[in-house]
Design a protein around this ligand. Structure first.
Ligand SMILES: *Cc1c(COP(=O)(O)O)cnc(C)c1O
Length: 397
């Protein structure tokens, strides 16, 4: 060993405004909570934090489900947890694919040994109840998987009617609410959803690292009836629930400080109130949309199917995708997302998630984008975006 390699400097991230598809801006109270002293994963203090987190998660998911907890891992771990626990090799699963995350769910289902039936729609469109009903009748799956808020496209998929259809035909419904939870209504009990997963870094405004999940009694019965072990040791709910439940049996060491962060993030969500929070996401979405339209940009998802927290717009003719995003980041510290999959190079994805859904972010972004588009040689009426957004705010004040 030589000592010639210099020790890197300390972590000193630049200050950013996170307006991409996640992670979103973190509330400072969450960062502060995460810096608190680590205790043991069986310390009575931590067990109290876990209990409180479960109670708050049930409130945010709007469910009484006993099996509600935060999986150690990001949103994709939530997806794997749901699929791996519900699916045994040979089980049929319909996966609705109209974006990257539906595609990921189909991949996960295949790896769990499911006989996967992919129902496809072009990116940016949503599924109708009729086509889902026809597929469920034809294939009689054990599980149907669908994405409520497709972050890759910005499309909002209603799931209540689909849940009813699934149950009429003896299927369970698994729903990806990674981006919707905390930003628009997710009614686990009222919509009778069986297995739902989310992530911490979208509308909950907590760093990435935990995946809230919840399972209905129907889903728990399906897990209890398994003949084979869950293919993943780490994500096996039978064992994980013994740690989150009254047994407190050691399974894996919980990421203590991540859980502090989620606890604080959930407190903030409940302090604001879910309805008020949803209305805030909607108001900022409408103001952003008014501003973008006034600047000549168009949404890539149909009116009425757009997510308030993820605004996908066509990149205007004459604008260089990468150059504009680079300028936003370097000159203004603003991160937005580019298109994914077939939308690569075609759309920009502008996130207004959690505490990042603010009038400040909307107005600063529109003004900054105007400068970038002008530098690209595009004709943008001076101040049109900011003016239209302010008019929208004033109309709803
Ligand atoms: C972000 C996201 C995921 C994946 O979450 P990770 O935290 O990146 O693992 C899954 N589904 C949707 C809809 C997402 O937006």
């Amino acid at each position: 060993m030589t000592n010639s390699t210099p020790i890197p400097g300390p972590v000193a991230p630049p200050r950013r405004i996170l307006m991409g598809p996640g992670p979103s801006d973190i509330h400072p109270r969450v960062l502060l909570a995460m810096a608190a002293q680590t205790v043991g994963h069986l310390d009575p203090y931590f067990l109290k934090i876990m209990d409180e987190t479960q109670t708050m998660l049930r409130q945010v998911f709007r469910t009484q489900n006993k099996l509600t907890l935060a999986v150690s891992g990001t949103g994709s771990a939530g997806m794997e947890t749901v699929v791996a626990n519900l699916i045994e090799p040979g089980d049929k699963m319909i996966v609705c694919v109209n974006g990257v995350f539906g595609g990921r769910m189909a991949d996960v289902a295949g790896r769990c040994g499911a006989e996967v039936i992919k129902l496809e729609r072009p990116f940016g469109e949503i599924f109708t109840s009729e086509e889902i009903e026809a597929a469920v009748k034809l294939h009689r799956p054990k599980v149907l998987g669908i994405v409520n808020a497709e972050t890759s496209t910005g499309a909002s998929q209603p799931v209540e009617d689909i849940a009813r259809i699934c149950h009429e035909h003896g299927a369970l419904i698994a729903v990806d609410c990674v981006t919707s939870l905390g930003g628009q209504p997710v009614e686990v009990d009222a919509w009778q959803l069986d297995a739902v997963y989310s992530g911490t870094q979208k509308c909950l405004s907590c760093p990435p690292g935990l995946a809230p999940v919840t399972f209905s009694d129907r889903a728990v019965a399906a897990i209890d009836a398994r003949k084979t072990k869950v293919q993943s040791w780490y994500l096996d709910m039978q064992m994980v629930k013994d740690y989150w439940g009254s047994n407190r049996a050691y399974h894996h060491t919980a990421p203590i400080n991540m859980n502090y962060g989620l606890h604080e993030a959930l407190r903030i969500v409940l302090e604001e109130g879910l309805e008020v929070r949803f209305a805030r996401h909607q108001r900022n979405h409408l103001a952003l949309k008014a501003g973008l339209k006034a600047m000549g940009l168009e949404y890539s998802v149909k009116e009425g199917q757009q997510l308030p927290m993820l605004n996908a717009v066509w990149i205007p003719n004459g604008a260089d995708d990468v150059a504009v995003r680079k300028q936003l980041l370097n000159e203004f510290g603003i991160e937005i997302g580019g298109g994914l999959g077939p939308m690569k190079g075609k759309t920009w994805r502008i996130g207004l998630m959690g505490s990042g859904s603010s009038a400040t972010n909307v107005l600063v972004f529109l003004a900054s984008l105007e400068k970038c588009l002008l530098d690209q040689g595009l004709k943008v009426p001076a101040g049109a975006g900011v003016g239209a957004a302010n008019a929208a705010y004033r109309a709803t004040a």
